[in-house]
Design a binder for this molecule. Structure first.
Ligand code: HEC
Length: 138
């Protein structure tokens, strides 16, 4: 009877650990509730030298501390968060539509701040989307 109890406790504990671990790993793209309209929303800021440079400046100021200079999720602040910042160079991230990324930047989630106030111009957040495209793994 006693060993059964121990087994049960071990199983529950194991399941709990597994769940929290997989949550950490998948945090980047799971759990975002993004309205379908964002998937097809057109980026009003044409990509090009100028908008990529604007996006890069904003990224350095507002995002790099967590997401890292190459967008790998390894900025100096990342290790202090109990959340995974994602990897902008990954195929999985790059498959996210422009509008969905715009939504993520605008609204935030959990440890990811909302940038509607700190980057009030919509076009600034769209320019960052253009910059994030340049971080795709070659
Ligand atoms: C305080 C740290 C922090 C800062 C600053 C920050 N982020 Fe994040 N970001 C996160 C975390 C943590 C997540 C994962 C959130 C989650 O899934 O719960 C995230 C997720 C994201 C995602 C979704 C990634 C994916 O794989 O789906 C995007 C896009 C993003 N951030 C862009 C930005 C941009 C652009 C900026 C700057 C304007 C920024 N972030 C600033 C912490 C940060």
């Amino acid at each position: 009877m006693k060993s059964l109890k121990i087994k049960l406790i071990a199983t529950v504990l194991g399941l709990f650990l597994m769940l929290s671990f997989s949550h950490g790993i998948n945090a980047q793209t799971t759990g975002w509730t993004i309205a379908p309209k964002y998937k097809t929303m057109k980026n009003p800021v044409a990509t090009g030298k100028e908008s990529i440079a604007d996006g890069k400046d904003l990224y350095a100021k507002h995002c790099k501390s967590c997401h890292g200079s190459a967008g790998l999720g390894d900025g100096p602040k990342a290790s202090t968060l109990d959340a995974n910042c994602g990897d902008f160079s990954s195929k999985k991230f790059q498959a996210t539509a422009d509008g969905e990324i715009f939504f993520q930047i605008s609204e935030g989630k959990g440890k990811m701040p909302s940038f509607k106030k700190n980057i009030p111009e919509d076009n600034g957040r769209w320019a960052i989307v253009n910059y994030l495209r340049t971080l795709a793994a070659k």
